[in-house]
Design a protein around this ligand. Structure first.
Ligand SMILES: [Zn+2]
Length: 143
């Protein structure tokens, strides 16, 4: 049976369902920590952000390229194409719901693609730093 996903890729994809502590997440946390950022991982916020900066009201999500439909790396599986398209479409919708719900509660939502973590980690960390600084300034001014 021809299938664009190899067995290895498929098991990687399946393992990504609701997975926590993936390789890109861990790489980001390690780099963020090394640059002095202090965050929470355990949380009960809607959508379960991968990192939470409570005082700054900033949340960070790392999106797997396959599962969240990255425009660059999202391969369209040929078998069960409809199933995957629907599934990934639902994830994208859900990402938007999470962003809106958290924004309503005053959280800033930062989302990064897995490929950004892999290739542009310093840029990602500095974007988080800037958002956290802004959030802390906002909190200090009482807005
Ligand atoms: Zn990607």
């Amino acid at each position: 049976v021809a299938d664009v996903l190899t067995k290895k890729q498929r098991s990687y994809c399946m393992s990504r369902i609701r997975a926590r502590n993936t390789v890109p997440e861990l790489a980001l946390r390690r780099a963020a920590w090394a640059s002095g950022l202090r965050y929470r991982v355990k949380n009960n916020l809607f959508g379960r952000p991968d990192m939470v900066f409570v005082s700054a009201r900033v949340t960070v999500f790392v999106d797997g390229c396959f599962w969240h439909g990255c425009p660059i790396h999202s391969v369209k599986p040929k078998t069960r194409a409809e199933f995957w398209t629907r599934k990934i479409g639902r994830n994208i919708e859900r990402d938007a719901e999470v962003r809106d719900a958290l924004a309503k509660q005053g959280w800033k939502v930062l989302r990064f693609w897995e490929h950004e973590i892999n290739s542009e980690l310093p840029r990602v960390v500095s974007r988080i730093s800037r958002s956290v600084e802004r959030g802390l300034t906002r909190a200090a001014s009482g807005d």
